[in-house]
Structures are given as C-alpha cells and as structure tokens.
Ligand binder design. Structure first.
Ligand code: AP5
Length: 216
C-alpha cells in the first residue's frame, strides 16, 4: 500500500493514518511528527523548523524534500508507506513524483479528507496531547485529568503551540493557498478519492477502507 492522506490541518489525517498503518502494516510517515521529534531533540533541523511551525507556516520545501528523500529510502518503506502531511505544496508533490519514479514505486491512491473549517477550529482548539506517548485528549469529548498527567503513561499533557485559534486560522489559510492545489494536481492524474471527514472517526475509517479495498 502506497498512500497519501491529504487534507487541511485537523481533518483527522493522523487519527486515520494510525489505523490504516496498523491494518496494512505500512509505516505512517508524518512530517509534522518527524519535525516535532527533531525539535524535542534540539537538532538544527528542529530549531530551524520551529519558527515556521509556531506561526502555522510551511517549513521550506528544500528542508522537507531532503528529509523525505532520506525517509523514503529507509528499509521499512520497501513494502509500502502512508504519507501523513506530505506533500503539502506543488514543488513537494513534484519532487515526490520524481523520488517514487526513481524507486520504481508508484502511488496507489491519494485519499483527500474534507471537513468544514469551523469544525476543524473546534477540534484543534480543544485538542490536548501527551508529550510522551502521543495519546490524544480533547477538552470537550475526552477531557484530560485535572492534573494533566497522562492516564496511559504518566507523561505531561499539553496543548500544541500551533493549536491556538489564531495560528489554526493561519494554518487553514496556508492550506488553502499552498496545499489545496494538490487536489487538482492528483485529481487530474486520476489518483484522488475524496472522503467526508465530518463523520465520526469509525465511519470515516470505514469509508477509507472501502476505497482501499477497491484497489485490489
Ligand atoms: P502537522 O503535524 O502535519 O499538522 P497538521 O496537518 O496541521 O495536522 P494535525 O495533526 O493538526 O491534524 P490531522 O489532520 O492529523 O488531524 P488529527 O488526526 O490529529 O504539521 C504541523 C506543522 O509542521 C505545519 O503547520 C508545518 O509548519 C510543518 N509541516 C508538516 N509537514 C510539512 C510539510 N510537508 N511541508 C512543510 N511544512 C510541514 O485530528 C485532530 C483532532 O481532531 C484530534 O484531537 C482528533 O482526536 C480529532 N478528530 C480526528 N478525527 C475526528 C473525527 N472524525 N471527528 C471528531 N474529531 C476528530
């Protein structure tokens, strides 16, 4: 399975990627997670990326493309992969096309998840995450404990710096300007399938599975 999950911030790419990755035994490659891990380790790449991420801007294409070239050449990608948050611009999509051609590993499908903007703002302003294990909490639907200590691992629960409302709105604008053109980019190649992401996570997962099962 070689799959791209496309969609605005907060549509549920990460939520669905975890499930699909498990079912198809393909690594979930999240550029956002890789950048946050680099930042946690204090690497030059992480520190360079932080300024862009905090503002809700895209990290520059050259940084992301080099990072993904290395990642896609790792052994675990030989039998498939699931890209979560990459590509996010036309230059990134073009570079990915070249990389996959060189590796002789064509894409199977691009799943585009669609959610209303106001629902996205609601999801992301209420999201809280465990810094240690990544467990997902939500102040409305799944409140974290009052002491903000993760029930699963004892880690600290926090709010992502870019999950403040003004930054979320900027991320949505950046998505519209720089990432949304990829819908036409992949649609014109006959590789895109759009899914309604406004439904409950299980229902969205079922719809994605119908698409993926139809590939075989
Ligand atoms: P990244 O970490 O990729 O953030 P994002 O795309 O903004 O994605 P999110 O993690 O916020 O949302 P998601 O769609 O994965 O939704 P999730 O499943 O988490 O990127 C962060 C930053 O890194 C970027 O702004 C940029 O600076 C940089 N970056 C990353 N990749 C880059 C690239 N390729 N090029 C340049 N820069 C890059 O769900 C969100 C919430 O909603 C959760 O709380 C979840 O529980 C909830 N939820 C999920 N599904 C549902 C549902 N169906 N119903 C109700 N709630 C739901």
């Amino acid at each position: 399975m070689r799959l791209i999950l496309l969609g605005a911030p907060g549509v549920g790419k990460g939520t669905q990627a975890k499930r699909i990755s498990k079912r198809y035994n393909a690594p979930q490659i999240s550029t956002g997670d890789i950048l946050r891990a680099q930042l946690k380790e204090g690497t030059p790449l992480g520190l360079q990326a932080k300024a862009f991420m905090d503002k809700g801007e895209l990290v520059t294409d050259d940084i992301i493309i080099n990072m993904m070239r290395d990642r896609l050449n790792e052994d675990d990608c030989k039998s498939g992969f699931l890209l979560d948050g990459f590509p996010r611009s036309t230059p990134q999509a073009e570079a990915l096309g070249v990389m996959l051609e060189e590796l002789n590993r064509p894409l199977d499908i691009v799943v585009n998840i669609e959610v209303d903007n106001e629902a996205i703002v609601g999801r992301l302003t209420s999201r809280r995450i465990c810094r240690n294990c990544g467990a997902d909490y939500n102040t409305v639907t799944n409140p974290p404990p009052a002491d903000m200590v993760c029930e699963k691992c004892g880690g600290e629960i926090y709010q992502r710096d870019d999950d403040k409302e003004s930054t979320i709105r900027n991320r949505l604008e950046v998505y519209n300007n720089q990432t949304a053109p990829l819908i036409e980019f992949y649609s014109s190649k006959g590789q895109l399938k759009s899914i309604d992401g406004n439904k409950a996570p299980d229902e969205v997962y079922d719809e994605i599975n119908i698409v993926l099962e139809g590939l075989n």
